[in-house]
Design a protein around this ligand. Structure first.
Ligand code: S3P
Ligand code: PEP
Length: 448
């Protein structure tokens, strides 16, 4: 296990000095809570970049305060965009598609959203030289298909170390527009990155996807947000053909959605502890794909109430397994499902998620290793895994500097004694308050 990349932890991180968290199971009492979860990472970083590109000022409320959004704000400020932060509200003074700072060095931490959304936004400006550095892991994650697409639209990109990877330098000299073909098999974020820059190209941008898009809902989130900021795109149902007109975003005040991915850990907690959790700042009325974990908890025997402005999950005595499921469309939740799978009454097989081997860690390998350490029988496939029922044995687990590994494994600690997780601070990538929220549900956590 490599050391965590602490440089990527921002001033909004928590627990950076903490080596380990010990989690105590709930025993007799079950979780019965109503709560709210922080803002969506996906909405926050899209809205920040679009607001910075816009004409006029935007006030965004309900932003996520985490490493990923901190580094996004930091990069935009270094580009000369005035951003005022007040709690979870930000005011962004848009610069109309040009960056006031013509020469800047940017650091984007471990954020896939910035790594894939910012390059197009930089390249579409009329001038400027921008060196962009990322965390160690983000510098190993793929970006080449996006960079090649941008180069085909006239962008000048220079790799500082390895061809196709961060760090890299972008010499902004505008994007031509016209037709571009890009695969959606590795990351939907490449496509969102092209779309966000699209209105500032010299001609209409037409994006063709020759295969399919992993997690296409995130592309829909991008298209909808562009529309809300005043840019009307045209696209077909499966999002394989999209057109972006030459246009400009208009500044807008907006309340951002809460994070459905974060919510899912708490629904999972209710599911495995036969408890009940209501989250009252989320509903099914969202494009965030992870909201459909509600359907999976239901399939496993939980009771789900889909309210107009809340979602509630109530667990059962015995969760049901014995199914195979493609998690392609909500692959961030692969780890959550894998972590609760041992508590089901039959094996659960997860397929179609090979791309998560390129996320914050090789997530398939990480979860198989850690579940095996606890004595759970797991079969690892190139594109997924099969988890058999069993009682995990408590031990010290690794988080692989991956927020979702830490959050998913923490769930197991609420059920069985002796679970400790190294470097729990990695949750700050998307949810620095995760352990605080967990404690509020009644789970006891101790930091060492
Ligand atoms: O666009 C987004 O906000 C995201 C897209 C997805 O990435 P990939 O399409 O790269 O899997 C998802 O995993 C990530 O957490 C957020
Ligand atoms: C894959 C993830 O993040 P990123 O935005 O860095 O791709 C994630 O949050 O699970």
């Amino acid at each position: 296990m490599g050391k965590p990349d602490l440089k990527a932890r921002s001033p909004w991180a928590a627990l950076t000095d903490v080596n380990r968290v010990d989690i105590t199971p709930l025993h007799e009492q079950s979780v019965q809570t109503t709560m709210t979860v922080p803002g969506s990472k996906s909405f926050t970083n899209r809205a920040l970049i679009i607001a910075a590109l816009a004409d006029g000022t935007s006030e965004l409320s309900g932003i996520l305060r985490s490493d990923d959004s901190y580094w996004c704000i930091d990069a935009l400020r270094k580009l000369g965009v005035p951003i005022e932060v007040n709690g979870d509200t930000v005011k962004v003074e848009g610069k109309g598609g040009q960056w006031p700072e013509k020469n800047a060095g940017l650091y984007i931490g471990a954020a896939g959203t910035i790594a894939r959304f910012l390059p197009g936004a930089l390249a579409c400006a009329a001038g400027g030289t921008y060196k962009v550095e990322a965390s160690k892991r983000m510098s190993e994650r793929p970006v080449q298909p996006l960079m090649e697409a941008l180069e085909s639209l006239g962008a000048h990109i220079h790799y500082e170390q390895s061809e196709g990877y961060y760090p890299l330098t972008i010499d902004a000299n505008g994007l031509t527009g016209g037709e571009v073909t890009i695969s959606g098999k590795v990351s939907s974020q490449f496509i969102s990155g092209l779309l966000i820059a699209g209105p500032y190209a010299k001609e209409e941008l037409r994006i063709n996807i020759p295969d399919y898009i992993v997690q296409h809902a995130y592309v829909k989130i991008t298209l909808d947000l562009m529309n809300q900021f005043g840019v009307e795109t045209v696209y077909n149902d499966d999002l394989t053909d999209m057109r972006v007109p030459v246009s400009k975003y208009k500044g807008k005040n907006m309340a951002l959605e809460a994070d459905a991915s974060t919510a899912s850990y708490f629904f999972a907690l209710a599911a495995i502890t036969n408890g009940r959790i209501r989250i009252n700042n989320l509903s099914m009325d969202t494009n965030q794909p992870d909201i459909y974990m509600a359907d999976i908890y239901e399939k496993m025997g939980c009771r789900v109430i889909r309210g107009e402005d809340y979602i509630e999950v109530e667990g059962v005595e015995q969760l049901q397994g014995g199914f195979t499921i493609s998690m392609k469309e909500m692959s961030d939740q692969t780890l959550t499902l894998a972590a609760i799978a041992p508590f089901a009454d039959g094996p659960i097989t997860i397929t179609d998620v090979e791309h998560i081997r390129h996320h914050e860690s090789d997530r398939i390998k990480a979860i198989c290793t850690e579940l095996s350490k606890m004595g759970i029988q797991v079969e690892e496939f190139q594109d997924g895994l099969k988890v058999h029922p069993g009682t995990p044995k408590g031990t010290t687990l690794q988080s692989y500097d991956d927020h979702r590994v830490a959050m998913a494994l923490s769930l197991i600690g609420t059920k069985v004694p002796g679970v400790s997780i190294d470097d729990p601070g990695c949750v700050s990538k998307t949810c620095p308050t995760f352990y605080e929220l967990l404690e509020k549900t009644g789970v006891s956590v101790r930091f060492a």
